[in-house]
Design a protein around this ligand. Sequence first.
Ligand code: PGA
Length: 251
Amino acid sequence: MRKKFVAGNWKMNKTVAEAQALATELIPGLAPLTSIERVLCPPFTALHPLAGMLQNTGIGLGAQNLYWETSGAYTAEVAPPMVAELCQYVIIGHSERRQYFGETDETVNKRVKAALAIGLTPIVCIGETLEENQAGKTAEIVSRQVRGGLADLTPPEGAKLVVAYEPVWAIGTGLAASEVDANTIHRDVVRVALAEMFGAEVAQGLQILYGGSVKPNNAANYFTQSDIDGALVGGASLKAADFVAIAQAAV
Ligand code: PGA
């Protein structure tokens, strides 16, 4: 049985004071939901204060990226030990990183290896663009992203990942993928690729999240599908009542 997993990606939103206020609202709603994994991913600047606030709540903390070198002259980058000091999770390869900041399957792969090496759980994002979707290339693109981003990992390393399928055209647009379409990609493309790479047993145990316009009114539809093990939530994770409602739908 795969545990349901709900993560909030706050993206480039919330000052420290605003992040603390949101966390204060979220903690009483999320802490009791012990049957699922719930994770908050604020901006880097809010990680330290939130790490303190989330102690002993059972709520995990994640960064939105990390660099693969351990230290050195890489101005503005954040190293794995710095993230691991505060967090248990890290989002890697979000489509906004791919779209605006030159992230590729190769750089995703380097970040995933660095995260695993220091004991962080990577939440690895994949997903096709609208153009690729309309050209009927979804399976090909998603499969390539899984194989490229997770290349050279051993099965025990593969077993430590979380994967998030987020069709780019569904992110922040209100145009969510249907739960049946998303489940088909999870089951027939992502889990199949994971099984070929890490073996059937590891693949069956891995959590595959859906992301892209998940809201309180559609969340339950996703969570009842066979191969949708949770959600990576953007916009709705910035409103405490909405994110708690989504997490409750996963319970
Ligand atoms: P959204 O974002 O929920 O605002 O569509 C999802 C994401 O980018 O992770």
